[in-house]
Ligand binder design. Structure first.
Ligand code: LMR
Length: 328
C-alpha cells in the first residue's frame, strides 16, 4: 500500500479497501470515531498510517477507519482483545471497565490546561498508567491530546443553576456521571456517533466535549451556543492488545513504535492550534460561544469540584496532589 493510497482511503472516510495492502504485509487496522482531517486524533492517526505505509512498505500496512466506520468505542476494546482490530485511541474516559487509574483525568477542574496534562502524563506516575491494563490484555502505547471540555445545551448555560434538570450525554464514566449529578443534571452515557441525533431529537438536552468534537460532529448546530467552561480534559490513549504486540517481530514492533512516538510528539505539540481552529470555525458558522466571568466560573468550580471526594480514594490523593502541584 502506498502512502498516497492510504490517504485517499481516509479522505473519503469510506471503509478502507482491505485489498489496498500488499500480500505479505502485516495489516494493522486502526479504528477510531472522529473525522480524519480536522481533529487532533484523526490527523495523528492519518500521519501515523502515512508514515508506516511509506517507511515500512512491504512489511506493515496501516488501514485507518475513522468516523466509527468500523467500531464504536463501546465495542472497540473487546474487538481488540478478539484480534479483530489492532490499534485504537479511545478517550481516557472509555477505559473505566478495564482500569480506574484514568479517572483522575475525568475529575472536573483537575488540570488547568493541556500543558499540565502533558506534564502529568510524562511523569513516572503518568507513564506507569500505560501498563495499568496489562493483566487485562491491553497495553497503552502513547497518550494523545485533544483539549479541554466545553459545555452546551438547548438553552444558554451561564451558571450551574442553568443546567439543573437537564439531561446531558456523557461518555461512560462514573466520574462524569457524578459531575453532572453535582450540578443537578442527569447523565446519559451514549456512543459518540449517536450524540448529534440525540441532541437534535431532544433525547438529551446537552453535552460536553472538546472544541474539535463540537465542531467535527456539528453539535453547535443543534445547541443553543456553547459555554467556555474548560471544566475537564479530553485525552486519549493509543492502545493495542498485548497478544498482538507480542506476536510482532521485535524489529518490526520497534520501528512501528518509534514512528508512533515521533507522530505523538509532533501532533501533541500542535494540538492547541487544532483546538483553536475548531473553536474559530464554530464562531465562523455563526454559533455563539459564551465566556464566563470570574464569578460565574467560580460557581461551576464550586458545584463540580466536590465530586473529587467521591473518587479520591480510588484515584489516590498522592496523584491528585501531584496533578495540582503541576497547575501551580
Ligand atoms: C466522545 O465520546 O465524546 C469522545 O471520546 C470522542 C473522541 O474520541 O474524541
Amino acid at each position: 500500500l502506498t502512502a498516497t493510497c492510504g490517504l485517499a482511503m481516509m479522505a473519503t472516510g469510506a471503509l478502507a479497501d482491505p485489498a489496498g495492502c500488499d500480500d505479505g504485509e502485516t495489516v494493522v487496522k486502526f479504528s477510531h470515531v472522529t473525522n480524519a482531517d480536522k481533529h487532533p486524533k484523526g490527523i495523528a492517526a492519518s500521519l501515523f498510517a502515512e508514515r508506516v505505509n511509506a517507511e515500512m512498505e512491504g512489511t506493515m500496512c496501516v488501514e485507518v477507519y475513522p468516523n466509527s466506520t468500523l467500531y464504536d468505542d463501546d465495542v472497540l476494546l473487546e474487538a481488540m482483545l478478539q484480534g479483530d482490530v489492532q490499534l485504537g485511541a479511545p478517550s481516557l474516559s472509555k477505559f473505566e471497565t478495564f482500569t480506574k487509574v484514568f479517572q483522575i483525568f475525568d475529575l472536573p477542574f483537575m488540570f488547568k490546561n493541556i500543558a499540565a496534562v502533558d506534564e502529568f502524563q510524562a511523569s513516572e506516575t503518568g507513564q506507569a498508567m500505560k501498563a495499568s491494563m496489562e493483566r487485562r490484555g491491553l497495553m497503552g502505547l502513547e497518550f494523545w491530546h485533544n483539549g479541554l471540555k466545553q459545555l452546551s445545551a438547548n438553552k444558554p448555560l451561564l451558571t450551574p443553576e442553568d443546567a439543573k434538570g437537564l439531561k446531558f450525554r456523557v461518555q461512560p464514566s462514573d466520574v462524569i456521571i457524578a459531575q453532572m449529578e453535582a450540578i443537578g443534571a442527569s447523565a446519559q452515557p451514549m456512543a459518540f456517533a449517536e450524540v448529534y441525533g440525540a441532541l437534535q431529537t431532544g433525547v438529551v438536552d446537552g453535552q460536553e466535549n472538546a472544541w474539535s468534537n463540537i465542531y467535527g460532529q456539528k453539535f453547535y448546530e443543534v445547541q443553543d451556543g456553547t459555554t467556555e467552561t474548560n471544566h475537564g480534559v479530553l485525552d486519549y490513549m493509543v492502545v493495542a492488545s498485548t497478544d498482538w504486540l507480542d506476536s510482532l517481530d521485535p524489529a518490526v514492533k520497534d520501528q512501528m513504535l518509534t514512528i508512533l512516538n515521533e507522530v505523538t510528539t509532533e501532533r501533541n505539540a500542535a494540538v492547541n492550534d487544532v483546538d483553536m481552529a475548531a473553536r474559530q470555525a464554530i464562531l465562523d458558522a455563526g454559533s455563539e460561544i459564551r465566556a464566563l466571568d470570574d464569578t460565574q466560573r467560580q460557581a461551576w468550580v464550586d458545584a463540580m469540584k466536590p465530586v473529587w471526594d467521591q473518587f479520591a480514594e480510588g484515584v489516590g490523593q498522592d496523584n491528585i496532589d501531584a496533578a495540582q502541584a503541576i497547575n501551580e
